[in-house]
Each structure stands twice: as structure tokens, then as C-alpha cells.
Design a protein around this ligand. Structure first.
Ligand code: 6PG
Length: 478
């Protein structure tokens, strides 16, 4: 399928759901030469979209029957509706209208197990179903998102020209690829969001250390971040933080950030990442700490009350700490970010083995290099590391990152020690450092854990000196 070779009458692509993201994707697809049919359950949204944009290749209808009838076969229909029950409801409405071989793409942030179920259901009806992770917000959807499609190879081939046309591209290639079968695309998008939570929390902690710890103004922090963004720490989220730090409230002239209530919201993908990681037994403490940080932040009233009872340390920063803290924080930010990406990649790797998805981590790094929220310079060495060693068990031991972590860890430790000394919470900086220290420890104190389990519950343990003896029990009371 190409933009030019279809019959003039039918639309080549359908987009159902004209919210912000659906509308932006429809415009992006049409801009790339495809005829697009749009539908929404609120017909006024169709009118709005057509009046506002008057795109020559976009037509629309409020009737789902007409929408489906106006599409070329095999039909390609992208759903951009709220994740959860609305996707199932849309499928139920579409089933009687579709024909064998048609393709339905779900581009919302759907739970990957729902995607696996829906893919199987559609397959049983002779339909193709693709669960597509789309990242980049409205701007990305409009001008080039990162796209993570999961489904059969055959289904992907039917939509590939459109997805490749609209995706972001970087020097390293297109920011779309076939991620793997059934739920693979939505799983990868979920982990993307988990990493996003950790990265955002690291930036929040960095801001806190510089603001509360060093007393820097928002503009001074923005200046520092701008310098950092010229180097290895360069990332979209850092760039976004600079914009946010500089913004003045048009009403009051004050820094707008200072007027934002410190209660973080969430839509659930970070929580899912942690839940799945627990199920698969993959430690993701950086992501879990970021999630907890959001949950703790939302307990505003309790925190305000507690602040009157629970006093923090009164120690001040030393002259060396004052002089060095910003530089330490830069290195800590980079190193901790490497650790959070390492945890996310490991989670994808384990899920890929569990569900037989065969996800290429190097390709994931490539498609995250542009368009998405976690795009960052470090994805380039990360991609190279997984290209050289696709089965690398953990990014931390890669030749690209192990020396960097060794070089930056001393500064990271100083940041953690200093912030802890003055009572500034840095949950992701510290849990990421603990992960690194645990992962690099040949010995951990879980011999005590095992002994306790055996002592109070006869849960048995393995002996170091008798590896062939299997699990044994001792009488710890004697
Ligand atoms: C993206 C974003 C997008 C959305 C998050 C926000 O990749 O474009 O991740 O999916 O901004 O879902 O999630 P929270 O509301 O949970 O922060």
C-alpha cells in the first residue's frame, strides 16, 4: 500500500476517536498523503475537526456504519479511545461491520494482557489486531511519534507503510518497528512509561536538591540544566524541565512552577509496570520509588500535619558540599538514569522470554531515540550495547556503561549522603544506588533472611559448603 496507488473513492485509513491524540494522528496520516476517514461518538467533534483543519484528505462521519463502509479493503482502523472497557465496546460494535482480513489497531495505553486477549479474539474471527504503543503526546502524534506496534507479522505488514510514514525519525533510523506478537507493543509502551516516571522523579529530586539544598532560583536551575542539556545528560524531559522552570505566570508574574500544587497525578501505566515486575520477579526499585513518590506527594494534608511534629536535621551544608553539589548531582542524574533504563530493559527482556515475543532491545532503544517522552542521548550507547550483546543480562555490566558508572558512582554517593544529611528526600537517587550496590555485590545478607525463615517456619535453606545437598532444615533453637 502506498499513498498514491489506491482507488480514489475509499479512504485508506480510518481513525476512530477524535480526542486530542486521535485528531493529531489523523492529521499526521493525512499529511503523509493517505486519505483518512474519521469517526467519533460525538458527531460535533467531526465537524469541529473538519472546520478547523479543512484537510483535503480527511473526511468524516458520525455513523460508525458509514465510517466502516467508506474504507478500502482490507480496512485499517485505528482506535484512539480510552483504554479499558471502551476498547472492548468499540470492538463489539465493529465486529458485525468488518470483513475477514481487516485490521484494527488499538493506539491507547492498554493493559498488555487485554491486548493479548483481544488479539486472540480478533484472530478467531479472521481479523487482525495490533496493540500499538504511541508516545510523544499531542505534539508527537501530530508531527512524529515513537510507535510500538505489537501483533502478527502479517498484520503489521498491512499497516507498516502508514506507521513508517508518520513516525519520528532520527539519524539512527525510524522510530517504529514491529515489536513482537500480541501484547508486546503495549508492554514495551508500559515500560517506557515506567522509565518515564523514574526519570521525571530524578529530575524532581534534582530540582529539590538545587532549590532547597543550594537555594538556587528557578532561572538559575534552568541555566544549569541548559548547560547539562548540551552534554551526555541531554534528554527531552530535561529540555521540558528547562521550559517549565523558566515559565512566568501571566497573571502574577511569578514563576508558574511555584504556583503548581505539589500533588502528582497518574493514569496507571507506572503502577502496572511495578505490578508486572513484581509478578515476573524483576526488581525495578527506581520505578517503584518514583511511583511511591507520586503517592506520597498526593498525601498533602497528612504531610503538612506531619511537618509540625516530625522535625528534620538542622545541619547545614559544608563549604565543599555547597561548591560541589551541583556537579555531583549532574553525575548522579546520569548514572541513576542509566540504572532506571537498565531496570526497564531487563523487565522487557524477561517478559519477552516469558511470552515468547523475541523483542530486540537494540531496536527498542532506536525507536525511543526520537518522538517519545524518554528520548535521551544515552539511548545511543544503550542501543550500541544491546546491538553488540543482544542477550546482555543487565545494561550495568555492558562495556559502554560499567566504566561510566564506576567513574560517576563516587559523586552519586556524595549527593545521596549530602541530601540525606540535610533531610531532602531523594527516593529514586538512593534506591537506584542501592540497586547498583546490590547488583554488584557477590555477597548479600540474605543468608540471614534464609536462616530466619528456616528458624521460625522450617522453610529450609541451601548450604554453601554442601551445594549438592539441596534444601535442608536445621534446629536453630538447640
Ligand atoms: C507518552 C506519555 C503518555 C502520557 C502518560 C502520562 O509516552 O506520550 O507517557 O502516555 O503522558 O501516560 O502518564 P501519567 O498520567 O500516569 O503520568
Amino acid at each position: 500500500m502506498s499513498a498514491a496507488d489506491s482507488a480514489p473513492q475509499g479512504a485508506q485509513f480510518g481513525v476512530a476517536g477524535m480526542g486530542v491524540m486521535g485528531a493529531a494522528l489523523a492529521l499526521n496520516i493525512a499529511d503523509h498523503g493517505f486519505r483518512v476517514e474519521i469517526w467519533d461518538r460525538h458527531p460535533e467533534r467531526i465537524d469541529e475537526m473538519r472546520q478547523q483543519h479543512r484537510h483535503p484528505r480527511i473526511s468524516g462521519t458520525g455513523s460508525l456504519e458509514e465510517f466502516v463502509a467508506r474504507l478500502e479493503r482490507p480496512r485499517r482502523i485505528l482506535l484512539m479511545v480510552t483504554a479499558g472497557a471502551p476498547v472492548d465496546q468499540m470492538l463489539e460494535r465493529l465486529f458485525p461491520l468488518l470483513s475477514e482480513g481487516d485490521v484494527v489497531l488499538d493506539a491507547g495505553n492498554s493493559w498488555f494482557q487485554d491486548t493479548r486477549r483481544r488479539e486472540e479474539l480478533c484472530r478467531s474471527k479472521g481479523l487482525n489486531f495490533i496493540g500499538v504503543g504511541v508516545s510523544g503526546g499531542e505534539e508527537g502524534a501530530r508531527h512524529g511519534p515513537s510507535i510500538m506496534p505489537g501483533g502478527s507479522v502479517k498484520s503489521y505488514a498491512l499497516v507498516r507503510p502508514v506507521l513508517e510514514a508518520i513516525a519520528a525519525r532520527t539519524d539512527e533510523g525510524l522510530c517504529v518497528t514491529h515489536v513482537g506478537p500480541d501484547g508486546a507493543g503495549h508492554f514495551v509502551k508500559m515500560v517506557h512509561n515506567g522509565i518515564e516516571y523514574a526519570d521525571m522523579q530524578l529530575l524532581a529530586e534534582t530540582y529539590d536538591v538545587l532549590h532547597r539544598g543550594l537555594g538556587l532560583s528557578n532561572d538559575a536551575i534552568a541555566d544549569l540544566f541548559s548547560q547539562w542539556n548540551q552534554g551526555i545528560a541531554e534528554s527531552f524531559l530535561l529540555e521540558t524541565s528547562i521550559k517549565v522552570l523558566r515559565k512566568k505566570d501571566p497573571e502574577t508574574g511569578k514563576p508558574l512552577l511555584d504556583l503548581v500544587l505539589d500533588k502528582a497525578g497518574q493514569k496507571g501505566t507506572g503502577k502496572w509496570t511495578v505490578q508486572v515486575a513484581l509478578d515476573l520477579g524483576v526488581p525495578v526499585p527506581s520505578i517503584a520509588s518514583a511511583l511511591d513518590a507520586r503517592n506520597l506527594s498526593s498525601m498533602k494534608d497528612e504531610r503538612v500535619a506531619a511537618s509540625r511534629k516530625l522535625k528534620g536535621p538542622t545541619e547545614a551544608l559544608s563549604a565543599e558540599e555547597k561548591a560541589q553539589l551541583a556537579a555531583w548531582t549532574h553525575d548522579a542524574l546520569y548514572a541513576a538514569r542509566v540504572v532506571t533504563y537498565a531496570q526497564g530493559m531487563r523487565l522487557i527482556q524477561v517478559a519477552s522470554q516469558e511470552y515468547k515475543w523475541d523483542v530486540s532491545l537494540a531496536s527498542m532503544a532506536r525507536i525511543w531515540r526520537g518522538g517519545c517522552i524518554i528520548r535521551a542521548k544515552l539511548l545511543t550507547p544503550l542501543r550500541e550495547a544491546f546491538t553488540q550483546q543482544p542477550e546482555l543480562p543487565n545494561l550495568l555490566v555492558s562495556d559502554a556503561f560499567a566504566p561510566v558508572l564506576e567513574r560517576m558512582a563516587p559523586q552519586w554517593r556524595k549527593l545521596v549522603a549530602t541530601a540525606t544529611k540535610v533531610g531532602i528526600p531523594i527516593p529514586v537517587f538512593s534506591s537506584s544506588l542501592a540497586y547498583l550496590d546490590s547488583y554488584r555485590s557477590p555477597e548479600l545478607p540474605q543468608n540471614l533472611t534464609q536462616a530466619q525463615r528456616d528458624a521460625f517456619g522450617a522453610h529450609t535453606y541451601q548450604r554453601r559448603d554442601k551445594p549438592d545437598a539441596g534444601f535442608v532444615h536445621s534446629d536453630w533453637n538447640g
